[in-house]
Design a protein around this ligand. Structure first.
Ligand code: ADP
Length: 310
């Protein structure tokens, strides 16, 4: 049995425009690093985390809570230590808490010889999400664990579907340095959707899923429309409309809010176009006058990756 594992746990984009609360995908070059070590002491200890605002207490850290949910379904006589090197800023809207929750349970499962399947791991990681946001949602932890695009078809029973990822799909993420509380972004949403908008929304979900299956980039682009969350949430992100318009004019496939924001994701076909779009985004956002981070990444089809084992 291996004693220690070092992993990369990816940032993720949830919602993906038309897929509010059900679709997500994983990034390839943005993510946290974690070391998980088997120790004689039972239970979970978070021994290191490089973000002073995040708690070391097992019950307050999403990695600890998710890992305890897994351990509760085993009868092992030892425990684990977790070190977290956070590279995804909490509250950025690209699944910071999900990366820690998903990484912890995935790595422990590896060290135990994989007794649990990927859907079980999502179920455990969802306990971490419940701690972070009050709701046990799976739209970030599922793509982190499965890789690529995922669809949460149902929560009860939990039914997660992995969707194929066209190989030339490149994502640009811009993270304006403002805070949007998920709870605030949720409060803006109406509890009802008109039949007209619901019809447009599920037509686009179908189009997006079909486009991903058939490598039809134009169909993917046409389907990246959101009639539910974006019209109200985009008002919280300065410069959103101008940025979106510029990305589409520069030839991006589509653009939307990542999770509940403030990060914005843009999908392009091929690296050359993605870099051109990224430059246009910088030009627009420099004028908005808010500091930002920008990342360009492939869609990560594997999810969590092993960096080292001992
Ligand atoms: P994002 O908006 O990027 O998805 P979240 O809002 O999901 O980020 O998660 C941030 C919340 O989770 C914060 O309240 C943070 O204090 C809490 N949290 C607890 N443990 C962790 C952890 N290991 N990593 C990130 N956030 C954590």
């Amino acid at each position: 049995m291996k004693n220690e594992i070092k992993i990369f746990s990816p940032a993720t984009v949830a919602n993906v425009s038309c897929g509010f609360d059900v679709l997500g995908f994983a990034l390839d070059t943005v993510g946290d690093e974690m070391i998980i070590r088997k120790v004689p002491q039972k239970g979970i200890q978070i021994t290191k985390i490089n973000d002073q605002n995040l708690p070391l207490e097992t019950n307050k850290n999403v990695a600890g809570v998710a890992a305890l949910a897994l351990l509760a379904e085993t009868n092992i006589e030892f425990g684990f230590e977790i070190e977290i090197n956070k590279k995804i800023k909490p509250g950025s809207g690209i699944g910071s808490s999900a990366a820690s929750s998903a990484g912890a349970v995935w790595a422990i499962n590896e060290l135990l010889g994989s007794p649990f399947n990927t859907t079980d791991l999502v179920r455990f990681a969802m306990e971490g999400e419940k701690l972070a946001s009050g709701e046990a949602h799976a739209d970030n932890v599922a793509p982190a664990i499965f890789g690529g695009f995922t669809l949460i078809r149902s929560y009860n029973p939990l039914d997660i579907i992995k969707i194929p990822t066209p190989k030339d799909l490149i994502v640009t993420i811009i993270h304006p340095q403002i805070e949007i509380k998920t709870s605030e972004a949720r409060k803006l949403l109406s509890q009802t959707v008109s039949l007209k908008n619901a019809t447009k929304q599920w037509a686009n979900v179908g189009g997006l899923i079909s486009g991903l299956h058939t490598n039809d980039y134009d169909l993917i682009g046409r389907s990246l429309q959101d009639f539910v969350a974006e019209p109200v949430r985009s008002k919280l992100i300065p410069g959103f409309n101008k940025l979106k318009q510029t990305c589409l004019e520069t030839g991006a496939l589509g653009c939307g809010i990542s999770g509940s924001g403030p990060s914005i994701f843009v999908l392009s076909k091929g690296e050359k176009k993605a870099l051109e779009v990224s430059e246009a985004m910088k030009t627009v956002y420099n004028k908005v006058g808010i500091a930002y981070d920008l990342h360009v990444s492939k869609v990560n089809n594997k999810g969590i990756k092993i960096l080292d084992t001992k």
